[in-house]
Design a protein around this ligand. Sequence first.
Ligand code: CP
Length: 311
Amino acid sequence: MSESATPTFPKHLLDFRDWSRPQVESLLETAQMMQEVLSRPVKKVPALTGFTVATVFFEPSTRTRLSFELAARRMSADVVSFASATSSTTKGETYKDTLRTLDQMGIDAYILRVDAAGVCHQAFGWLQKPIINAGDGWRAHPTQALLDAFTLREKLGSLEGKKIAIVGDILHSRVARSNAELLPMLGASVVACGPATLLPGHLIGASLTTNLKEALSEADAVMVLRLQKERMDKGLLPSLPEYIAGYQVTEERLRWAKPQAPLLHPGPMNRDVELEGSLADTPRSLVERQVANGQAVRMAVLYHLLVGKKS
Ligand code: CP
């Protein structure tokens, strides 16, 4: 893409409220180019030479943190990694003081995961530097939605008119919220399904149903979500066996969706809880492809926020 055709980009990725469809499309095109970089024998380009990126995670992560760190290194950035368990937050230091302390060390961009909605927005106010939300409480996980959209388009082509079913613990899911924001922007319809106690009253961008057959019926793709017990009050589920009986995505229930509709899961998975365990290893599962695509998508995000044209 020529520089003149490239749209300007917001200074942060907190959610998709400040992002337009052309900006998202351009970012996904860049991710495609990054896939080509990742297919080379030497997976490294100088695009972010001289930049320093910090991953600051106050919650556990496997995929998001490692793929961001690799993404930054593949583009020659320096990377520092903050782990809350071994940091001075254990002595009472606040999010704000922690981030302002890091900022004295010449960090150019922050990848931030926190347990509370709104902290990423606050962090942008405190630091005025590119902030990438790597998950804030129940609210948003935009790079997960971007890699989901990228993976879906790789499999299905255009998402225009496609029905995407999201099944599981919708109430506590930042992945569901970000996908419900992003996928309709790309032309898809989203239906979110779970037991009534695990559905929010309203989810912008999605229709809600407690009826699994209705949700899966004629779906072009099915995304399954984990029960987030760490965010759940007791009493939201009568019992795990009842959840499994009503909502586990099984091979038999997947027959309600379109033939060969792909299966996605953001991870981490609890096999034989939210989905029949063996399904994740079948050809229709895109779970590993999602992880692989995460790196290219995160390279594109870092590239656009650090060196792309800013709005
Ligand atoms: N999907 C996701 O955010 O995974 P991690 O918690 O391992 O980063």
